[in-house]
Design a protein around this ligand. Sequence first.
Ligand code: GTP
Ligand code: MG
Ligand code: ZN
Length: 312
Amino acid sequence: MIKGKIIKAISGFFYVESDNGIIECKARGILRKKNITPIIGDNVIISTTDLNCGIIEEVMPRKTELVRPPVANIDKVFITFAVKEPNPNLSLLDRFIVFSEKVGLDIVILLSKMDLDERLEKTMIIADEYSKVGYKVIPVSTITGQNMDKVKLEMKGCTSVFAGQSGVGKSSIINSIVPELSLETSEISHKLGRGKHTTRHAQLFKVDEDTIFADTPGFSSFEINDIEADELKHYFIEFSALSECRFGNKCIHKNEPDCVVKEAVEDNKISKRRYESYLQILDEISSNNSFGRKNREKDGIYVKSKNRKNGR
Ligand SMILES: Nc1nc2c(ncn2[C@@H]2O[C@H](COP(=O)(O)OP(=O)(O)OP(=O)(O)O)[C@@H](O)[C@H]2O)c(=O)[nH]1
Ligand SMILES: [Mg+2]
Ligand SMILES: [Zn+2]
């Protein structure tokens, strides 16, 4: 038996880095029966039939698990958004933050292609908004090399993942930090204003024993699953910094009176745009839930969830 870590997964094959080098593996059928799908970042135990082929026998418990892109055991996420080309979709950024908060990851926001924003106006506005929330924001450019040393420093000693829309320059950033990787990159489609999904598979790379990172394929939309309406507020960290609302922990900061979050928005202490982003996601969760419930009721299998609040 050999211990290793999955660094790449393509069409049912897993590439496991071990003391014996990289071994191509299949997963043992029993794992599927147990509902375990190995993903990159997983620490696994494999058996080998010959030198170049192995079977994943066991997947060790995961410290963290990011569902999209699927990567296990990461500490930090570099959420990468371009200031231009493609134009940043901040609602998508907020969604990604929500998921990263839920997983419990350290979050660093990379504002890429700052060289395209000559007077840095847009860069400053976005950086300001998210720094105020409490996030570390690093504007970068692979053309001028600006702040690349800061990204490198942030990567050191942890397992991180670069995630964000297609075409924002994730692979380019990695290339400028670790040039020998020569990852494939390509221009965005100017007609469509978005990237071409150049990176097809997530892959882990090792800089040293403690510094590991993943490049991942870009995404263009993000559905909110597995988050309850009364849970969402915890992932907008600027809300939690305020004192409690009149309805305490039950307040979802929407229609309740004397809500400190709504007051903070009125007083410009919390970004109105972030609050609207919150409401938008909240609505989506509620309509997903009632849609899901209707379908379950139709199938006669609806059971009222114990933890659903407000008698809904
Ligand atoms: N002006 C400018 N262009 C950049 C910068 N970084 C990357 N690019 C360009 O942006 C385009 C997309 O870069 P990629 O690195 O392929 O983007 P990606 O995020 O990996 O995209 P996917 O793999 O599709 O998710 C390429 O043409 C890069 O040359 C930058 O700092 N400034
Ligand atoms: Mg890429
Ligand atoms: Zn409230």
